[in-house]
Design a protein around this ligand. Structure first.
Ligand code: 5GP
Length: 200
């Protein structure tokens, strides 16, 4: 069987990375798509683990060379998904997970709708998101303000997603997240279903 895709979106600070980090080591069929970005590297982040960090000029070159499956400008920085590793992982039958914004989801969904599951993760409310961003202490006050504004516009597009996960209690959110992974693995396109049925 070919691979399947799971797109995860949600405001920065909603807990996407913590949930992902809790499952990545446990499942060897998961391929996490490492995006390329022009934003500054944060304390604690690592090149090639969290992102590939490049300049705006390099990013423009990669766009022109057609290397991205999708790219978007988020909070004034550029973020993009390289196409080659995704196609390879699909060919290897992996569950490919993307942590991308609503713009990226729309593009990836258009191309891979038959094998894609999508999940929007958020906090129970705005105040909790703001609290988490302040506690994380990786962003200035202005950046936090911008992230909240951005979160509000992303929240307006939750209906474009298959599932909504409200990350309040982490252990509960983690078990719900594991359930979504299981469901995403069972998504099959028509061709594969027909092939399976004819061989069965
Ligand atoms: P952060 O700066 O907090 O790491 O990410 C900011 C936002 O950019 C998040 O909403 C994240 O999902 C999104 N993002 C990260 N990588 C990509 C990407 O490759 N494409 C798109 N469209 N969005 C991305």
């Amino acid at each position: 069987m070919n691979g399947v895709l799971l797109v995860i979106s949600g405001p920065s600070g909603c807990g996407k990375s913590s949930l992902l980090n809790s499952v990545l080591d446990k499942h060897n069929d998961i391929y996490f798509s490492i995006s390329t970005t022009t934003r500054e590297i944060r304390d604690g982040e690592k090149e090639g683990i969290d992102y590939y960090y490049i300049s705006k000029k390099q990013f423009q070159n990669e766009i022109q060379e057609g290397l991205f499956l999708e790219w978007a400008e988020v909070h004034g920085n550029f973020y993009g998904t390289s196409i080659k590793p995704i196609e390879k992982a699909i060919g290897e039958g992996k569950l490919v997970i993307f942590d991308i914004d609503v713009q990226g989801h729309k593009i990836v969904k258009k191309r891979y709708s038959s094998i894609l599951t999508s999940l929007f993760i958020t906090t129970p409310n705005q105040e909790i998101l703001k609290d988490r961003l302040i506690k994380r202490a990786t962003d200035s006050e202005d950046v936090i303000k911008q992230r909240i504004i951005n979160a509000k516009s992303e929240m307006a597009r939750i209906d474009e997603y298959d599932y909504l996960l409200v990350n309040d209690d982490f252990e509960l959110a983690l078990s719900q997240f594991e359930a979504i992974l299981s469901v995403a693995r069972l998504k099959r396109d028509k061709n594969q279903i027909e092939k399976f049925a004819s061989l069965w």
